[in-house]
Design a protein around this ligand. Structure first.
Ligand code: FEO
Length: 169
């Protein structure tokens, strides 16, 4: 039997991971129609990763004898003034998710649910990597500013990143 407080908190996290997937999907669509094919491919792929995070939590709750729950979702933002603004929002969102995972981790200690604490280690590492990746991308975008050639190169780079390693984020 799962600790009910931990189960409820993970179900909230399931909602957040699902929202992340929808947010990055909306962002990928924006990039695709605005002529950033590389950023778009990167974000489509990232949307899939968030879905994978969601499913990891779903299976965990069910395997522990709980029941994963789905909630309504807010409409994600789908209009942006620039690619820079979009990636600023990605980083903000990842920082929010990191804080949420950290709170969940704290709860598992309060509740002495060390099995879940152990399970969350993967997500803690994942958040560290995701934040660092998004910060790197944002730094590059900020560096080129409105330079079209520079932006073209960043977009190409994002395309390579999305086609690259099995788990770049
Ligand atoms: Fe599921 Fe990007 O954190």
């Amino acid at each position: 039997m799962m600790n009910p407080k931990v189960e409820a908190a993970i179900n909230k996290q399931i909602q957040k991971e699902e929202f992340s997937s929808r947010l990055y999907l909306a962002m990928a669509i924006w990039c695709e129609v605005k002529g950033y094919p590389g950023a778009s491919a990167f974000l489509y792929r990232h949307a899939d990763e968030e879905r994978m995070h969601q499913m990891k939590f779903v299976h965990y709750v069910n395997e522990r004898g709980g029941k994963a729950q789905l909630f309504d979702q807010e409409q994600p933002a789908d209009e942006f003034n620039s690619l820079q603004e979009l990636f600023e929002q990605v980083l903000d969102h990842e920082e929010y998710i990191t804080a949420s995972i950290n709170k969940l981790y704290e709860l598992t200690f309060d509740e002495k649910d060390f099995t879940t604490a152990n399970f969350l280690q993967w997500f803690i590492t994942e958040q560290l990597e995701e934040e660092s990746l998004m910060r790197t991308i944002l730094d590059k975008i900020r560096l080129v500013g409105t330079d079209k050639a520079g932006m073209f190169h960043i977009d190409k780079e994002l395309e390579t990143m999305s086609a690259g390693a099995a788990n770049p984020a």
